[in-house]
Ligand binder design. Structure first.
Ligand code: ADP
Ligand code: MG
Length: 560
């Protein structure tokens, strides 16, 4: 006997709403149904381990199958199954018990994801692609009867006796006309690769042929035969779920290759692992930077209990680390059904600062334990470190000990080391330290030489971020100014005692200066006569640092 019922809901039909809002993301139906099947499987395993289920566990895999002619996709599992009562409770009510509230919230919500997110409509995402959904299920409970449920996407459902003889659930979607793309093998494979690749339960999608050893021939050589085996699409035990102590460098490098097949080896990695105050695991890799930064952004994959969610990890990962690669898995990141959208939440902020701290600690450790290796990687990691130094106060606090300055002689220094190095020669009358830098060593070569001859050091600041880095250094370092090497600083610094005296008389000097001043004709430039020793330039023309920065800014359109 079939029992019939009507879902109580004030609106005619809820499905067109769901359909409409999730439209751009229809492929996630498979993620939702496979996740449910995995959840049900994990539950039976847990019950068994707690001694609350003593039956056979059987082959606990989830299977995804499709039939192009019948236009169906079936997801089956050997999980806990459901009784008819449970179907009524979990399937019929989840979405609809709150229907009144749903409609109310729907009216005020700015964004569809806000609504759907609050109502756990995972199962119902099936109706985005199907015009009829059937459930065959048998609960693990002793004496349970198989149950059957069918719904055509209206508010009516039917529930009755089912046909399953083994514990588990089988969900059949009758794919609608607009969604026939999902009846293609490659498309399903693609979706499974994207979302299900690291799920904790084996997922079978069709079969594949494998050649296996089958005895030996007369000469004692192994014989092979082809056999059909399950095509398992996932790795149930990805490295981020393991303890760092179990893993070797190779494992991390292999996993990196698996995620980014055509990339160069990463520079180093950080294994994230925290359970309090939030749960988060993952592995972050520092890639070798390519010139095309945009291509390298958004490579971190976000998972929630091994289900792929998105590669838009903005907010979770601080902006300055968006070029990192790897995976983050956290069940504590609040997601909504469409899930690609993260909700602003205090956990998200905490995770963000945890990652910042971990990265800073790792860099500090590398620097401390193997400075040479750290310096070798500096051309790649320098950009991250400087960007973090500028944009994140917490990171700055740590990075100030391992941010490096390089000079034109290819030597590198920490901030403290550099200060000690140049303080004796490069302090001006007002006790201010003056750091000289060049952003174009070739063009400014004569100025660099001249500075070096006076015993001054010149920093190399030629990366795209260095303009900002320089302003930030000036804000953070006490009594320190940075001046480009071709600005008018020479006279403000304490000169070396043994600098040779001018060979020109005062009168001669004035004459020469006047000639140059007239020729240049701009008061912003300054003409300097150097002591005319053979290895020095007789005259330098410099520009005031402030004036030059103003000019640079104007040239860049006024912005920073
Ligand atoms: P959620 O997974 O967030 O709870 P869903 O709408 O995806 O929401 O599923 C609703 C409920 O239906 C699940 O919590 C579970 O109790 C039940 N359910 C769905 N699929 C299965 C399945 N394959 N096996 C057993 N129970 C299931
Ligand atoms: Mg679900």
């Amino acid at each position: 006997m079939q029992e019939k019922g009507t879902i109580s809901i004030h609106t005619e039909n809820i499905f067109p709403i769901i359909k409409k809002f999730l439209y751009s993301d229809t492929e996630i139906f498979l993620r939702e149904l496979v996740s449910n099947a995995v959840d049900a499987t994990q539950k039976i395993k847990r019950l068994a381990s707690l001694g609350q289920y003593n039956g056979e566990l059987g082959d606990l895999k989830v299977e995804v199958a499709f039939d192009e002619d019948a236009k169906t996709i079936t997801i089956s599992d050997r999980g806990i199954g459901m009784t008819a009562e449970e179907i009524k409770k979990y399937i019929n009510q989840i979405a609809f018990s709150g229907a009144t509230e749903f409609m109310e919230k729907f009216k005020e919500a700015k964004d569809a994801n806000e609504i759907i997110g609050r109502f756990g409509l995972g199962f119902y995402s099936a109706f985005m692609v199907a015009d009829k959904v059937e459930i065959q299920t048998l609960s693990y409970q002793e004496g349970a009867e198989p149950a059957y449920w069918v719904c055509d996407g209206s508010t009516e459902f039917e529930i009755g006796k089912g046909i399953l003889e083994e514990r588990g659930t089988e969900i059949t979607l009758h794919i609608n006309a607009e969604s026939e793309e999902f009846l293609k093998k490659h498309r399903l494979q693609e979706i499974l690769d994207k979302y299900a690749r690291f799920l904790p339960v084996p997922i079978k999608f069709g079969t594949k042929t494998e050649s296996v050893e089958d005895g030996v021939d007369e000469e004692g050589k192994p014989k092979y035969t082809s056999v059909e085996v399950d095509n398992i699409i996932n790795d149930t035990n990805p490295i981020w779920t393991k303890a760092p102590s179990e893993l070797k460098d190779e494992d991390y490098l292999d996993f990196y290759k698996q995620l980014y097949p055509f990339s160069e080896e990463p520079l180093f990695w950080i294994h994230l692992n925290v359970d309090y105050p939030f749960n988060l695991t993952g592995v972050l890799y520092f890639p070798k930077l390519k010139n095309d930064f945009e291509m390298q952004r958004n490579k971190i994959k976000l998972f929630s209990r091994q289900v792929f969610i998105t590669d838009e990890v903005k907010d979770i990962v601080p902006e300055f680390l968006m070029l990192l690669h790897g995976v983050i898995d956290s069940p504590d990141i609040p997601l909504n059904v469409s899930r690609s959208f993260l909700q602003a939440d205090s956990n998200v902020k905490k995770i963000n600062s945890y990652i910042t701290k971990k990265v800073a600690d790792k860099l500090a450790e590398l620097f401390k334990n193997d400075r040479k290796a750290y310096e070798e990687k500096w051309s790649d990691i320098g950009l991250f470190v400087k960007y973090g130094f500028i944009s994140d106060d917490k990171f700055y606090e740590k990075a100030k000990d391992f941010v490096l300055l390089s000079n034109t002689k290819k030597e590198t220094f920490t901030l403290n080391e550099y200060k000690e190095k140049v303080a004796p020669e490069q302090t001006d009358k007002d006790e201010q330290l003056v750091y000289l830098y060049t952003n174009d060593a070739a063009k400014q070569d004569s100025f660099i030489q001249s500075a070096n001859n006076k015993g001054y050091d010149v920093l190399l600041m030629n990366s795209p971020i260095d303009n900002h880095f320089i302003s930030h250094l000036e804000q953070k370092l006490e009594k320190t100014q940075l001046k480009r090497v071709d600005s008018d600083v020479a006279d403000k610094l304490i000169k070396k005692d043994d600098a040779p005296a001018h060979v020109l008389t005062e009168e001669q000097s004035t004459k020469v200066k006047t000639v140059f001043d007239k020729a240049i004709g701009k008061p912003t430039y300054k003409v300097e006569l150097e002591s005319l020793s053979p290895d020095e330039l007789p005259v330098t023309v410099t520009m005031n640092e402030f004036m030059r920065r103003m000019k640079d800014m104007a040239a860049m359109g006024g912005g920073m």
